[in-house]
Write a new protein. Structure first.
Length: 158
């Protein structure tokens, strides 16, 4: 058909010589992470979703958590050092990140926001995250994700 279209996330990984596997699947609209894992065959416990929150300070934070879990805002606020945080509104995702809902990658957002990855990621050799477009998943080592996104591990779902 045509040549593969690279996302910001893929360009950044390649520029930094970080290896990843690309998984693409047919999808015209937002589907949640559990359905994405089902479509791609990725293990649910190794598949992570990217959420964006905002603290009282107005600072944005990127939270990468297992797809089957819900973020605990108190635990996340403690992890990022804020009194409280809340999720940004769905309509603001593209304006804040440059990505669309369902295609929000922790790599290559409009700005480099403080990023926190759920500590469970450390137990896997590979994890799956959005590749920056609906229908695109990246599989990579959690340590490489930490490096490229300048992230810290934290407890975000207690």
């Amino acid at each position: 058909m045509g040549k593969e279209v690279k996302t910001n996330a893929m360009r950044i990984l390649e520029k930094q010589k970080i290896s990843y596997d690309l998984i693409q699947y047919e999808c015209d609209e937002f589907v949640d992470g559990l359905h994405t894992a089902e479509i791609t065959g990725a293990p649910v416990e190794q598949t992570f979703k990217t959420l964006v929150s905002q603290g009282k300070s107005k600072q944005y934070y990127v939270l990468v958590i297992p797809i089957a879990d819900e973020v605990n805002l108190k635990a996340a606020a403690k992890a990022v050092g804020e009194k409280s945080i809340e999720m940004i509104h769905v309509k603001d995702i593209t304006a804040v990140t440059g990505y669309v809902r369902g295609g929000c990658s922790p790599i290559g957002m409009k700005k480099q926001y403080p990023t926190y990855i759920h500590q469970s990621a450390q137990q896997y050799d590979k994890i799956y995250v959005s590749g920056g477009r609906i229908g695109t998943t990246l599989c990579m080592s959690p340590e490489d994700l930490v490096k490229v996104s300048r992230a810290l591990y934290a407890e975000l779902t207690v």
